[in-house]
Design a protein around this ligand. Structure first.
Ligand SMILES: CC(C)(COP(=O)(O)OP(=O)(O)OC[C@H]1O[C@@H](n2cnc3c(N)ncnc32)[C@H](O)[C@@H]1OP(=O)(O)O)[C@@H](O)C(=O)NCCC(=O)NCCS
Length: 179
C-alpha cells in the first residue's frame, strides 16, 4: 500500500523529502524549540540532517514511511515535514515545522490532508498519532485534523531534550465506525 507523492492544499504543496532538503531540515532539527518534545536528539551537524533526508528517500521507496516536505505555495518556502506510516488496518503520523512557520495553521492544514487521504483508504480503519501531554499546540493540530483524545500512555517515548528516557504520551485517533 502506498501514499501519494504529492498533496495540494489551499496554501501548501506536500512533496517528497529528498536529500536536497538537508539544509532546510537542519534549520529546524538543530533548534531547541522545534525539537523540545521530539524523540530524537537535537541535531548538531548538518550531516545528520542529510542522513535523515536519505532515510526519507529510502523509506518512500520501500513503503516503510511517506515523508513529505511542506512547501508554502505563495513563497516556495520549506516549512517542515509530515510523515505517514501505513500499517493496515492502521496508519500513524508525525510532523515538525520550523519555528517561524508556527501559528498560521500550516500544520493543521497538512495534517488534515494526510489524515483525510488515509482514512478514506478501504484498508485503513484507524489513523493515530501521539504527543507529549504538555504539547498543547500538537494536541490542537490533532483535534483540528479530526482526531480525538483516547488515552495517555505511560512510558511511551524517549524525549532526550527533556531528559526523559520514557515519557508519557497522549494518543489521539480517528477511527471508522464499527461495522
Ligand atoms: C506542533 C506544531 C507542528 C504546530 O504547528 P502550527 O503550524 O503552529 O499549528 P497550527 O497553526 O495549525 O495550530 C493549530 C492550533 O494550535 C493552537 N496552538 C498553537 N500553539 C498553541 C499553544 N502553545 N497552546 C495551545 N494551542 C496552541 C493554535 O491556536 C491552533 O488552533 P486555532 O486555529 O484554533 O487557533 C509546531 O508547533 C511544531 O512544529 N512544534 C515542534 C514539533 C512538534 O512538537 N511536533 C509534534 C510532535 S507530537
Amino acid at each position: 500500500m502506498r501514499a501519494p507523492d504529492t498533496f495540494q492544499t489551499d496554501r501548501l504543496t506536500l512533496r517528497p523529502v529528498t536529500r536536497a532538503d538537508a539544509a532546510d531540515v537542519f534549520a529546524y532539527a538543530g533548534e531547541a524549540a522545534p525539537t523540545r518534545f521530539m524523540p530524537f536528539v537535537r541535531q548538531r551537524d548538518p550531516a545528520e540532517s542529510l542522513a535523515f533526508c536519505i532515510r526519507c528517500e529510502e523509506a518512500r521507496v520501500s513503503g516503510a514511511a511517506f515523508p513529505w516536505a511542506l512547501i508554502e505555495q505563495a513563497t516556495g518556502a520549506f516549512l517542515g515535514v509530515i510523515e505517514l506510516r501505513l500499517s493496515p488496518p492502521k496508519a500513524d503520523f508525525g510532523y515538525i515545522l520550523k519555528e517561524d512557520a508556527w501559528g498560521r495553521g500550516f500544520a493543521s492544514e497538512a495534517a488534515s490532508a494526510v489524515v483525510g487521504w488515509a482514512i478514506d483508504q478501504p484498508d485503513i480503519h484507524r489513523v493515530w498519532a501521539t504527543c507529549d501531554p504538555d504539547n498543547a499546540a500538537s494536541a490542537a493540530v490533532l483535534k483540528k485534523a479530526s482526531l480525538s483524545y483516547e488515552a495517555t500512555l505511560a512510558n511511551w517515548e524517549a524525549r532526550p531534550q527533556l531528559g526523559e528516557a520514557a515519557g508519557h504520551s497522549c494518543v489521539y485517533a480517528l477511527t471508522k465506525s464499527v461495522a
